[in-house]
Write a protein that binds this ligand. Structure first.
Ligand SMILES: *Cc1c(COP(=O)(O)O)cnc(C)c1O
Length: 447
């Protein structure tokens, strides 16, 4: 074992004595994660080696700038590690450019938007209520304040309304169009968006935060050579540390709005110094580790299982008469309209989590309820597939979800009653299921 890990082992041994309060909470978190049926669509579990890489002496390194061009001394090994992370990101996505410094996908999106748009310029993105992300121009986000934000939505079938997006682009002449979603179960047509962008002279940003693993594995088509810039989180399907990533393919040398500076240079400057300071060196080491895992056949197999599981989960829910939006899924995500069954998203989320099942409330198209109540429930199969569950096992998962939702009696928008026998029965079965499918590399600590 490398000496780096002598420090981690020493730290792990000292922690319970030095700080029993924190050590106990961390153990409880591990117990919780291993014993809960996590079907939250954004979540995944990081392999132990990614967690180890995130907790190294690289935490001690402070160095602004990029490899070979730092504003501080002593970054020789960090330079080598950042270069490794960049080359692995390029390899994983077939990209020509990668920036591994964004602290999150939010930070990555802000860098791209502020790097390519002047304040007050027009940004066109998917509306938050239609499944878009805050950073795509929502009023509650700085992106909705700094830019003139225009939003497209969904058609009657719940699919992205490309015709409307094209109309809005012609009418408002955005400088940047964002294609991507936090809550959309269907494939996105990046070429269609690129055609719209070309027609009005806009740049195209593809935000694949939720689906980056499926894209890297080839389960979903890649926007990297179609969009000008692609962004993602590293902790969702990539199973990496908290963080973000910016990628460019065919357009990396295209000139920016000034007609002189290549996009790659603009985006480097947009991350640092425009929107961030020192990079998180330890997180970059963990990104390097995670992106190496992404290149393995095992990761690819899991990605295929994620998508197959989601399809099976949607089918099983439909078979039990629960309204699945768009009638199915192309990715890892299933959206349920629980309002049509007299529930709110909040009640569905709370009742399920009481029974050891995690899925989150989500607004759905046409939702009249406030975001904290919502009329939808968003489910995902990332962790189920990471635990080794196959499409056939989705019948069990769907049955557990439905058993809870069918039994819930709403009292208000956020309060409910649930038969204690149902709760106990589901909790027991969830514990069994979690024991049968342990998280790879994690101790299964539930009794
Ligand atoms: C989660 C998400 C983000 C934000 O990612 P963070 O890394 O949590 O900041 C951005 N865009 C989309 C589409 C997302 O789903």
């Amino acid at each position: 074992m490398s000496q780096t890990y002598d420090i981690q082992l020493a730290g792990a041994r000292e922690l319970p004595d030095q700080d029993p309060e924190l050590a106990t909470l961390l153990d409880q978190e591990l117990d919780y994660e291993t014993g809960v049926l996590a079907m939250v669509a954004h979540a995944s579990v990081a392999p132990p080696s990614v967690l180890a890489a995130a907790g190294t002496v690289l935490s001690n390194v402070t160095a602004e700038g990029y490899p070979g061009r730092r504003y501080h001394p002593g970054a020789e090994w960090f330079d080598a590690i950042e270069r490794l992370a960049v080359s692995r990101a390029q390899a994983a996505f077939g990209a020509r450019y990668a920036n591994v410094q964004p602290h999150s996908c939010t930070a990555a999106n802000l860098a791209v938007e502020f790097g390519l748009l002047a304040p007050g310029a027009t940004l066109l993105g998917l509306h938050l209520d239609a499944g878009g992300h805050l950073t795509h121009g929502a009023p509650a986000s700085v992106t909705g304040r700094a830019f003139h934000s225009v939003s497209y939505g969904l058609d009657d079938a719940g699919l992205i309304d490309y015709d409307r997006a094209a109309e809005l682009a012609r009418a408002h002449r955005p400088g940047l169009i964002v294609a991507g979603a936090s809550a959309h179960p269907r494939r996105i047509d990046y070429q269609r968006f690129r055609d719209i962008a070309d027609e009005v002279g806009a740049y195209l940003l593809a935000d694949i935060s939720h689906i980056a693993g499926l894209v890297a594995a080839g389960v979903l088509p890649s926007p990297v050579d179609i969009a000008h810039v692609t962004t993602t989180s590293t902790y969702k399907q990539l199973g990496g540390p908290r963080g973000g990533l910016i990628l460019m393919g065919a357009e990396h040398a295209t000139l920016g709005p000034d007609g002189r500076t290549p996009l790659s240079t603009l985006i480097d400057r947009a991350v640092f110094p425009l929107t961030q300071g020192t990079p998180n060196a330890a997180a970059i080491a963990a990104k390097a580790r995670a992106l190496d895992v992404v290149a393995t056949p095992g990761f690819k197999a899991t990605a295929h299982r994620i998508a197959a599981d989601a399809t099976a989960l949607a089918d099983a829910l439909i078979a039990r008469d629960w309204p699945v939006l768009t009638g199915g899924t192309d990715n890892h995500m299933v959206l349920l309209d629980v309002s049509r069954r007299g529930l709110t998203g909040a009640i569905a989320e709370l009742a399920l989590s009481d029974c050891g099942i995690l899925a989150n409330r989500n607004r759905i198209p046409g939702d009249t309820r406030p975001p904290l109540v919502a009329g939808g429930l968003r489910l995902g199969t990332n962790i189920l597939a990471q635990r080794g569950m196959e499409p056939a096992d989705m019948t069990t998962c769907a049955e557990l979800v439905v058993r809870v939702l069918d039994a819930v009696e709403p009292v208000s928008d956020t309060e409910y009653r649930l038969d204690p026998d149902v709760r106990k029965g589901v909790l027991d079965e969830v514990a069994d299921l979690c024991r049968c499918f342990p998280i790879p590399g994690y101790p299964q600590t539930t009794p």
